[in-house]
Write a protein that binds this ligand. Structure first.
Ligand code: ADP
Ligand code: ADP
Length: 239
C-alpha cells in the first residue's frame, strides 16, 4: 500500500481555470519525489491540499490508507504530526532561538499548554538538541534565528520538521532563496534523512537539474495537470 495516494485532485480558488485540474499519483515510503513546473503551475497548491492547509474542491488524498478529507480535527492534527513542512521563507519565529524554534514545531504537533508557555521537558530538550546537532547547528543552539544565514535558517526548518518524527516532509521551494552552496547543502541533508529515516519527500523545485540530481522520481506539473511522472533519466535521456 502506498504511503500517499492522490486521486483526481481538483482545486478551484475562483471561477477561473482550476489551480489543480485532476492530478493523480501515489508515493511510497521513503521515496524522494520532486515536483517541477513553471510558476503558477499549481505546485504549492498541491502541497497545501495534501495536508489540508487548504481544502480540495474534489478528488481524494489518502495518507497511510486514511482519507485526509474525511478526518475530524483531532485526526487531522495527528496526520499533520506525521507530515512535516519546509518553506521557502523558512517560517521561523525570527526573534526566538534555534532550539526554541525547533521545540516550537513539536508544540505544533502536540499543542501542550506547557509548551505554549515555553516550558519543555528535559527529554524534549534533549531530543531537540540532538536533532540540531545532526544538522551541524550545535554552535547556534541559543542564537536568535534573525542572526542566522538563509542556509542555517533552512536547516532549523529541517530540524523542526524532523523533531516531529514525520513519515513524509512536504518542501515548498526549499532552496529558492538560497545561494548554490547552501542549496546543495540543504538538498544533501534532505536526501540523507530520506534515506536514513525512510522519510518520503515531496519537494517543489524550479531547478530541473537539481531535481534530477537528488530525486528518485520527478512529477512535472503544468497548468494544474500532471504532464510527467518518471525517473530523472527519462526526463533527460541525452544525459
Ligand atoms: P506554483 O506553486 O506552481 O507557483 P500555485 O499553486 O502557487 O503555483 O498557484 C497555482 C494557481 O493558483 C496560480 O494561478 C495562482 O495564481 C492561483 N492561486 C494560488 N493561491 C491562490 C489563492 N489563495 N487564491 C486564488 N488563487 C490562487
Ligand atoms: P509563490 O511563491 O508560491 O509564487 P505567491 O507570491 O504567488 O507565492 O503567493 C503568495 C500568497 O498569495 C500565497 O499564500 C498564495 O496562496 C496567494 N496567492 C497566489 N496567487 C493568488 C491569487 N491569484 N489570488 C489570491 N491569492 C493568491
Amino acid at each position: 500500500r502506498p504511503l500517499l495516494e492522490v486521486s483526481q485532485l481538483v482545486k478551484r480558488y475562483d471561477a477561473g481555470k482550476p489551480a489543480l485540474d485532476g492530478i493523480s499519483f501515489s508515493i511510497r515510503k521513503g521515496e524522494f519525489v520532486s515536483v517541477i513546473g513553471p510558476s503558477g503551475a499549481g505546485k504549492s497548491t498541491l502541497l497545501r491540499c495534501i495536508n489540508r492547509m487548504i481544502e480540495a474542491t474534489s478528488g481524494e488524498v489518502s495518507f497511510e490508507g486514511a482519507s485526509v478529507g474525511l478526518l475530524d480535527r483531532k485526526s487531522l492534527k495527528r496526520l499533520r504530526s506525521k507530515i512535516g513542512m519546509i518553506f521557502q521563507h523558512y517560517n521561523l519565529v525570527e526573534r526566538l532561538t534555534v532550539i526554541e524554534n525547533v521545540l516550537h514545531g513539536r508544540l505544533g504537533a502536540k499543542s501542550t499548554l506547557a509548551g505554549a508557555a515555553g516550558h519543555y521537558s528535559r527529554e524534549e530538550k534533549r531530543q531537540a538538541t540532538e536533532v540540531i546537532a545532526t544538522l551541524g547547528l550545535s554552535d547556534h543552539l541559543y542564537q536568535r534565528c534573525d542572526r542566522l544565514s538563509g542556509g542555517q535558517k533552512q536547516r532549523v526548518g529541517i530540524a523542526r520538521a524532523l523533531l516531529q518524527d514525520p513519515r513524509m516532509i512536504l518542501c515548498d521551494e526549499p532552496i529558492a532563496s538560497l545561494d548554490p552552496n547552501a542549496s546543495r547543502n540543504i538538498m544533501e541533508q534532505l536526501k540523507r534523512f530520506s534515506q536514513e529515516m525512510d522519510i518520503a519527500l515531496i519537494v517543489n523545485l524550479h531547478q530541473v537539474n537539481v531535481a534530477c540530481k537528488y530525486s528518485d522520481r520527478i512529477l512535472g506539473v503544468n497548468a494544474g495537470r500532471l504532464v510527467f511522472d518518471g525517473r530523472p533519466e527519462e526526463l533527460t535521456p541525452e544525459k
